[in-house]
Structure formats: structure tokens, C-alpha cells
Write a protein that binds this ligand. Sequence first.
Ligand SMILES: [Zn+2]
Length: 74
Amino acid sequence: MTFFIDHNKKSIHLQKFAGDRCGFIGTPVSEREFTNCPKYVERLKRESRYNRCPYCTSVHTTLIGDGQDIRLIN
Ligand SMILES: [Zn+2]
């Protein structure tokens, strides 16, 4: 699972589900980062106030959780 981090907007997406509606189009490449480390993502949220992208949120929450609560977005 790869996370896509928009450092310009301080938002976190899932690469797999990220799209035009996520609003990162204006973010320069240098401000974009890809990671497959959930702990790094959690730290950004907790310590740097990064926000989960609303369009990726439900999937994102599920996949970085304990894996017991699997839900699908529409
Ligand atoms: Zn997104």
C-alpha cells in the first residue's frame, strides 16, 4: 500500500485512490512524496497536523487501522 503525501497542502492520499478531485494538481513534484510506511503517515498526522484527504479517507482509515474493520467506499 502506497501513500501519497502532498506537503504543499499537508494532505495524505492513498496513491491507489487519489485522483483529480483530490486537489493536488497544483502541488509541485518537489512537494510530493510517496511512502509505504503507515507509521510515518501517522506521525505526520499527529505531529504535523496533516489531514487525510476526504476523498480517500474511509479507505485510508481502514487500511492503516488494525485491519479488523474493513469497509468499502462507494
Ligand atoms: Zn485523495
